[in-house]
Write a protein that binds this ligand. Structure first.
Ligand code: FAS
Ligand code: PHB
Length: 391
């Protein structure tokens, strides 16, 4: 069976759902194809920090009612160097806060508003393939409930993440990509215990990086640097708690509360950019186009920025047939992506221990962190990037 829509969206993560909802509010119809179940998508534990721009996008999507009620507002972070903690005040330096609200909650909220408005989100749509991307009537084929189906559309939005089909539908000789893989990973965990501080603690320690984050005042989300091929089963709960305590400078657990883990996972660390964010009628957005090491809390926020630019372009097109904003989508999005890549790489370099072989590099990174902690100018630059650069 063939259906037509204005915009076919691949992926029902934050990028795809945010785009679908904003298009709907501007009278543009879309169909969202998601290969996983709704429960699987909403059960994934991922980002936790939203820039003001991403919060504004949720409000623009009429999806921020629970966010506004339940989020936490943070005016700064703490940085621990060899156990000594120092606060960086965003409010004092740049006058802008960040918002703590889990990506899983954001995705749930967007799915609810979209489906309540009659949105067409097809979960468990498998074997998605894209065709005719260089024509003005691209086609998307997929299997749903065992039946082969086809959608024709004016545009296709590839919001299907790093491992999705969209980027891989662009001819290899048209793809311009850049990648850096880091020599470590993050072991992430979640526990129903209060976080050790009111704000996030980023820690550089000779044993490695640690981050104490949160989802609420009673739910902690912490990370530690491990080697990229670390067997998860080598990390018992006690060993994880011990390591976090040492790395944030709390060896006697005076501030760190411990408890049973409700989630434990490994995230590889890479920087990746696909500069081919447009191919014919296909537009890539979010993780389909770029991956940042999560040290700068930029992944989800870059996705929101892409959707800001892409939705503006599509709204302009359907309002009067103009393509100026769509034509400059990739350049506009990439300008912001590369600045966030630089900041994420910088924060990652400052706070992680690289291989012992890179002794000189580790000393330089440590010296830069010590300088940053001693300089208001350097802290202002950190704050400006962390709270989010303007769209
Ligand atoms: P997503 O990957 O979230 O969504 C893509 C969707 O497309 C998925 O639901 C997927 O099932 C679907 N899909 C894929 N292939 C498909 C196909 N062929 N057909 C149909 N559907 C398909 N960012 C931070 O800022 N802080 C963090 O701490 C952080 N932690 C992370 C941990 C992990 C393990 C990962 C993978 C990412 C993390 N990120 C973090 C980055 C993350 O938050 C992303 O930036 C964010 O999910 C981007 O959203 P989307 O672009 O919607 O991509
Ligand atoms: C999180 O809460 O998941 C989080 C916060 C800040 C980061 C990365 C992850 O830099």
């Amino acid at each position: 069976m063939t259906t037509h829509t204005q915009v076919a969206i691949i992926g029902a993560g934050p990028s795809g759902l945010l785009l679908s909802q904003i298009l709907h509010l501007n009278g543009i119809d879309s169909i969202v194809l998601e290969r996983k179940t709704r429960a699987y998508v909403e059960g994934r534990v991922r980002a936790g920090i939203m820039e003001q721009g991403a919060v504004d996008m949720m409000r623009q999507a009429n999806a921020a009612e629970r966010l506004d009620r339940e989020c936490l507002t943070h005016d700064g972070i703490e940085i621990a160097l060899d156990g000594r903690r120092q606060r960086i005040s965003f409010q004092d330096l740049v006058g802008t806060p960040v918002t703590v609200y889990g990506q899983a909650e954001m995705t749930k909220d967007l799915a609810i508003v979209r489906l309540t408005a009659g949105g067409d989100i097809r979960y468990e749509a498998t074997d998605v393939s894209l065709h005719g991307l260089e024509t003005d009537r691209p086609r998307v084929r997929f299997v749903k409930d065992g039946a082969a189906e086809e959608i024709t559309a004016d545009f296709v939005a590839g919001c299907d993440g790093f491992h999705g089909v969209s980027r891989h539908s662009i001819p290899a000789d048209k793809l311009v990509t850049f990648e850096r893989v880091y020599p470590f990973a993050w072991l992430g965990m979640m526990a129903e215990v209060p976080p050790p501080s009111d704000e996030l603690i980023y820690a550089r320690h000779e044993r490695g990086f640690a981050l104490c984050s949160m989802r609420s005042r009673t739910r902690s989300r912490h990370y530690i640097q491990v080697s990229p091929d670390e067997p998860l089963e080598d990390w018992s709960e006690d060993r994880i708690w011990q390591e976090i305590a040492i790395r944030i400078g709390d060896p006697r657990f005076e501030i760190l509360e411990t408890g049973p883990l409700i989630e434990k996972s490994l995230t590889p660390m890479r920087s990746f950019v696909c500069e081919t964010m447009r191919f014919g009628r296909l537009f890539l957005a979010g993780d389909a186009a770029h991956i940042v090491p999560p040290t700068g809390a930029k992944g989800l926020n870059l996705a929101a920025g892409d959707i800001h630019y892409l939705s503006e372009g599509l709204i302009e097109f359907y309002a009067g047939g103009q393509t100026a904003k769509l034509d400059r989508y990739a350049a506009q999005a990439l300008a912001r992506v590369w600045k966030a890549q630089r900041f994420s790489w910088w924060m990652t370099s400052l706070l992680h221990n690289f291989d012992a072989a890179e002794g000189f590099q580790n000393r330089i990174h440590r010296a830069e962190l010590e300088y940053t902690l001693s300089s208001r100018a350097a802290q202002t630059a950190l704050a400006e990037n962390y709270v989010g650069l303007p769209y």
